[in-house]
Design a protein around this ligand. Structure first.
Ligand SMILES: [Zn+2]
Length: 293
């Protein structure tokens, strides 16, 4: 069942809306640099639900974060979506999940959402941007502005730059939002659109990946997108996922996010960690440790 646990960061309320749980992704597929010896050492630090006892498989979550401030209802990333044709990506092909009912159960009607913030334009982050109506894809959140990177948009507008797992995504989940006039294209240095909210350049996983921080009453939240996929990367930040497109930049961005979160004692809201998907990052020796909360 949906975990509607709520987090408070200053005056903002934050909760997850789950789309999918992926209970058994092979470790050596997700992390090509996976080292079973190191894994054994770090197993003790991980929630047993996040990795199988033999270290062969990992659990991942696909979800959105809903942020409610005094003024706004914000959805951060929109999962993979229902009914999307993804013949080259079996996990997300023609999904039929109760994501919208879960959103409603969390107290959010589609019409309530005034901002959709997107960390990057991969298949599992933009799907609920649109729903199928008649013979076309239309924006799911009719009163929202959809905010994402201009450079990312221009890069993936060229099909030659789109990796196989995200084939078709631009056409059914990004372009309809542009055509409806609901998109605001930005870069990390664009003036702040929303009080307390800031975009940070965390390139690497994708062409112009952005992370999002929220400051309220002296507290900080960081929505890190796919800077990391799994808590094991807090201990092993040099490990890229198989989906990271620009390897060295992805490592630098991961290091930046960990430093940022540890330094500010930020609530870290991940895109794919299993369990609650949220926690704190603490310094541990030369590296970092993950404290779920
Ligand atoms: Zn992702």
């Amino acid at each position: 069942m949906e975990d509607i646990r709520r987090y408070q960061v200053g005056r903002a309320t934050i909760n997850r809306v789950t789309e999918l749980l992926l209970p058994a992704i092979p470790t050596t597929f997700l992390f090509p640099e996976w080292d079973p010896a190191i894994m054994q050492h770090d197993l003790d630090c991980l929630d047993p639900r996040s990795v199988s006892s033999d270290g062969q498989t990992l659990a991942l979550s696909v979800h959105s974060w809903v942020v409610r401030t005094d003024q706004h209802t914000i959805v951060i990333d929109t999962g993979a979506g229902n009914g999307k044709d993804r013949p080259l990506n079996a996990i997300f092909h023609h999904l039929d999940t109760p994501y919208l009912s879960r959103l409603e159960a969390a107290g959010v009607a589609r019409e309530d959402v005034d901002f959709v913030l997107i960390t990057h334009l991969h298949v599992d982050h933009v799907g609920w941007n649109t729903v199928h109506e008649g013979d076309r894809w239309v924006p799911t959140f009719p009163n929202a502005k959809y905010v994402f990177s201009k450079a990312e948009y221009e890069f993936y507008a060229d099909p030659a730059n789109v990796q196989t797992p995200s084939a078709g995504v631009f056409e059914d989940s990004v372009k309809p939002v542009i055509d409806a006039g609901l998109a605001i294209l930005i870069d990390a240095d664009s003036p702040t659109l929303l009080e307390g909210l800031k975009f940070h350049s965390t390139k690497g996983h994708s062409y112009d990946h952005l992370s999002i921080s929220l400051e309220s009453q002296g507290q900080t939240a960081l929505f890190s997108g796919d800077v990391m996929h799994h808590p094991i990367q807090v201990a092993m930040p040099e490990w890229n996922s198989v989906f990271c497109e620009f390897q060295e930049e992805a490592r630098l961005s991961r290091r930046w996010a960990l430093d940022f979160a540890a330094q500010r004692q930020a609530h870290f809201f991940s895109s794919h960690f299993p369990g609650t998907s949220a926690g704190l990052v603490e310094r541990k020796g030369e590296g970092f440790a993950w404290l779920p909360c």
